[in-house]
Design a protein around this ligand. Structure first.
Ligand code: RB5
Length: 150
């Protein structure tokens, strides 16, 4: 997990929630204070570690809106970051998009909704099949080009 100053409190709460409720190991990349930081730096710390780790590993990024973190994380090839505000989207991000990073906006959603989203997102699995084909098409895109799909 990693958050900027816009979501410190939510990140800390969810870290405890995930450890206690799901029995998962949580690596906390910060932040640990409300001092202003740059969200791409936090996204980079998490994405670098995620991509070097076990394919089953997941990441959770948080900032004020979730927008900056989702834009930053999706610049990392192999990261599929899903900004979610509702349980349906969180579920589908796993079933259809195989999202390996959940992004939440600490100034947008409350604690109860955030915990629900995490609960759904951590237990659902990718369905594969036609959805894998679609992911493969995105993976095949050269960086910064359209991959011949225009
Ligand atoms: C920080 O003020 C805020 O811009 C950041 O948390 C995030 O919302 C950016 O997208």
């Amino acid at each position: 997990m990693a958050a900027d100053h816009g979501a410190l409190e939510l990140k800390n709460d969810l870290a405890v929630w995930i450890r206690d409720r799901h029995g998962l190991e949580v690596v906390d990349f910060g932040v640990h204070s409300t001092a202003s930081v740059d969200y791409p730096d936090l996204a980079a710390s998490l994405c670098r570690d995620l991509l070097a780790g076990d394919p089953q590993d997941r990441g959770i990024l948080l900032c004020g809106t979730g927008l900056g973190m989702s834009i930053a994380a999706n610049r990392w090839p192999g990261v599929r970051a899903a900004l979610c505000h509702d349980a349906y989207t969180a579920r589908m991000s796993r079933l259809h998009n195989d999202a390996n990073v959940l992004v939440l906006g600490g100034r947008v959603i409350g604690l109860g909704v955030a915990r629900d989203l995490v609960d759904v997102w951590l237990v659902e699995s990718f369905e594969g099949g036609r959805h894998q084909r679609r992911l493969d098409k995105m993976e095949a895109l050269p960086q910064g080009q359209d991959g011949g799909n225009s």
